[in-house]
Design a protein around this ligand. Structure first.
Ligand code: UDP
Ligand code: MG
Length: 317
């Protein structure tokens, strides 16, 4: 009997977790010929999420949990879930029901019957989201499309069903600075896209502030493109050329008209402007250096404090 492991990252989701469980059980009943495993990853929640999912695990043996020693972020939670999953197929689903569980049979069909390696989802609208957030998200995807050779799809969610082979390849990418939307594209394979309208979360509130999203987008840019480095080099060349032309102009002008002392304000403007550009380029360089530094430490992506998954079940990890 085939088994699907569903990885569910949870951070302060005491309200949403039971609702999620109630919503997914009917879907399981519709798929009696498939064995199911629900892996809740408690990503260092500060509320009663752990107690809630332990309760569910006590009632239902399909429910598993991984409890982190602190908050490591959704990326780490997805990685942990995938590495503990034992199913032939692995799905990732948010606990807030923004990822409709009813799509699961359709996703399985895409893999088993249509031969895809992965069935992923993207939302075609962003209704219910602050307009400024949507605007920046659009800009981000447009820019990534230009500067990165990896396929990063606009509106793609982390909600997807993958084959064991696909998951193993994702797990081989053991980088510390993770940007899954890029990693999923990077490994390649055949991906089928299902589309749906944005759904608002069922309980609790979003864990992504604008600031967190901005940092996450920098993760994406630095992780999947070196274009900013080339950009700073071009900027350097451009200003060298400009300086050369300015020198020629000043020499000629001095020879023709002498050298009256003037131009202090324009000098200050030029110095401040170039100082700004230099700091900006150094910042870009620093960002790449910092990421390299973190990668070279080889710190674990997550630390599991407690789990009810037996080591034997974890044969694929
Ligand atoms: N999440 C997590 N760790 C975090 C932040 C979020 O595991 O540090 C989980 C969260 O519990 C939810 C999913 O990631 O299941 C998506 O988060 P959220 O719904 O807040 O993001 P949004 O849908 O607003 O982008
Ligand atoms: Mg959500």
């Amino acid at each position: 009997m085939e088994k699907i492991s569903i990885v569910v990252p949870c951070y302060n989701e005491e309200a949403a977790a039971p609702l999620f469980y109630q919503a997914i059980c009917p879907v399981f009943e519709k798929m009696p010929e498939t064995k199911m495993e629900l892996i809740f990853v408690n990503d260092g929640s500060r509320d009663k999420t752990l107690a809630v999912i332990k309760d569910l695990a006590a009632q239902d043996e399909r429910v598993k949990y991984i409890h982190f020693s602190r908050n490591f972020g959704k990326e780490a939670a997805m990685y942990a879930g995938m590495s503990y999953a034992s199913g032939e197929y692995v799905a990732i689903m948010d606990v807030d029901l923004q990822d409709p569980p009813e799509l699961l049979p359709k996703m399985l069909y895409g893999i088993v019957e249509e031969g895809y390696d992965c069935v992923a989802t993207r939302r075609v609208s962003r209704k219910g989201e602050p307009p400024i957030r949507s605007l920046f998200a659009r800009m981000f995807y447009r820019m990534m499309h230009r500067i990165s050779s990896t396929d990063i799809v606009d509106g793609a969610r982390d909600y997807r069903l993958m084959t064991r082979q696909f998951v193993e390849e994702i797990l081989r990418l053991g980088e510390y600075n993770r940007f899954s939307k890029g990693l999923f594209g990077w490994v390649g394979f055949e991906t089928k896209w299902l589309e749906y309208e944005n759904i608002e979360r069922v309980a609790g509130e979003t864990k992504w502030s604008f600031w967190k999203l901005l940092l996450y987008s920098i993760e994406g840019i630095v992780g999947f493109s070196t274009a900013p480095l080339a950009f700073s080099a071009f900027m350097g060349i451009f200003f060298c050329l400009l300086a050369f032309l300015a020198i020629c102009f000043i020499v000629v002008r001095t020879m023709l008209h002498g050298d009256p002392v003037s131009g202090w304000p324009s000098m200050v403007c030029i110095i401040v402007f170039l100082g700004g550009i230099q700091l900006f380029c150094m910042g870009i360089l620093g960002e790449y250096l910092a990421k390299t530094y973190l990668e070279t430490k080889h710190r674990p992506i997550f630390i599991c404090k407690e789990t009810n998954i037996e080591p034997a079940e974890k044969e694929h990890a």
